[in-house]
Design a binder for this molecule. Sequence first.
Ligand SMILES: Nc1nc2c(c(=O)[nH]1)N[C@H]1C(S)=C(S)[C@@H](COP(=O)(O)OP(=O)(O)OC[C@H]3O[C@@H](n4cnc5c(N)ncnc54)[C@H](O)[C@@H]3O)O[C@H]1N2
Ligand code: MOO
Length: 420
Amino acid sequence: MPEPAHLAHPRGVDVAEHRARVLAGLTPLGAEEVAVADALGRVLAADVVAELAVPPFDSSAMDGFAVRSVDLAALAEPAPLAEHAGSADEGFVALPVAATVAAGDTAPVLPPGSAIRIMTGAQVPAGADLVVPFEWTTDTDPVRILRTAAPGRHIRRGGEDVAAGEVAIAAGTRVGPAQLGLLASVGVDRVAVRRRPRLAVISTGAELVTGAVPDSNTATLLAAGRAAGAEVAAFGPVVDEPAAFADRLAVAAGAADLVVTTGGVSAGDRDVVKAALREAPGFWFGGVAMKPGRPQGFGSLDVDGRRVPVITLPGTPIAAYASFLLYAVPAIAALAGTPREPRTAELGVDVAGSDRTVLLPATYDDAGRIVPLPGHAGHSQRLLAAAEALLVVPPTDRLVAAGTVVEVLALRPEEDLHAR
Ligand SMILES: Nc1nc2c(c(=O)[nH]1)N[C@H]1C(S)=C(S)[C@@H](COP(=O)(O)OP(=O)(O)OC[C@H]3O[C@@H](n4cnc5c(N)ncnc54)[C@H](O)[C@@H]3O)O[C@H]1N2
Ligand code: MOO
């Protein structure tokens, strides 16, 4: 008779091995088109090509006079750092003022031997190759110009930032406020974005259904899923009956790209998730060498030709959240087409190692180093709520010394909160 799995692997498999198992074969979901106004937090599925140049036309960068630089050839160009604008004693060129143009006006052609008064942002008149700021002139008509500069000064060339037809933003970029502005500037009003992964959360346990224990896992995991960029929905709590759970799982998987369950995976009489899925092809249940969160499971369901991954997390709230951050968040990122390396930080103090990965509620010190919070007692939700991150202490039989770079799991991913 083969040895029971928990005896063959008393310590459990490594976190990295289980993470690789969950992520194996996950590929980005397809794309959809959305209005730019709805693209905040979304990930571009294709390069965005500029329909308009930025800036859209040659415009003045200063309030002053648009001139032909050849008409100012009699003026010396002062040293670049000269403080004063020159004076009448040093000579000037007088030009008649042909017109005034402001932003939004259509600029007339500049007649040779004259100047056009121009405001910042106004179109540069054809023929002009230099804008002389008011400070270098008498701002009269005729205008006396006291100083010149190289052709092109104080003119923002159309397309100097982005040329029409050029790639303005590359595929894979997450759209934030600056990207929204650039999309507007390049004249694009719809963009192809990656579909948001749909996350279904199923909590299990009779104590949740009766209300004897509030369903805190659903609250935390829906929020963590949203912060990671998923569309989320709860399908629990469900009672500890394998048939009831299997029915709920089928509904959830039909509506989701990823299912996460909590509870019912340890060794008890009523471990419903394990009981329902243990015999399902391709499902794995066992111990992972981590604390908290040892009992874990993973598999996939085939739903109308779609492969829907199912991550079965332990029920204890700290274990459920920590495991969600270790396994489900990277899975969401893989489905969203935004895989990223785990975050790391430098350890601020020495931390004792253990034969398994240990997750400690932690905060950052003034130097930005990660430090465990005092009072760690295994399963405190209160301590977790006071933490900024979970410190991932790697398995080792030695001390993990201050200064070591370790993985951290952010508990307040504010930068991701715009994602829904
Ligand atoms: N003989 C063994 N017993 C246990 C083992 C083991 O290896 N051998 N592992 C322990 C560890 S570690 C954990 S963690 C738990 C995980 O058990 P389950 O995943 O089966 O979780 P449940 O028994 O359903 O619940 C555990 C605990 O958490 C509470 N809970 C569950 N879901 C929620 C929820 N959605 N919101 C709030 N609280 C929840 C539940 O009431 C229980 O108190 O197994 C150990 N046992
Ligand atoms: O996974 Mo458990 O009790 O270590 O939380």
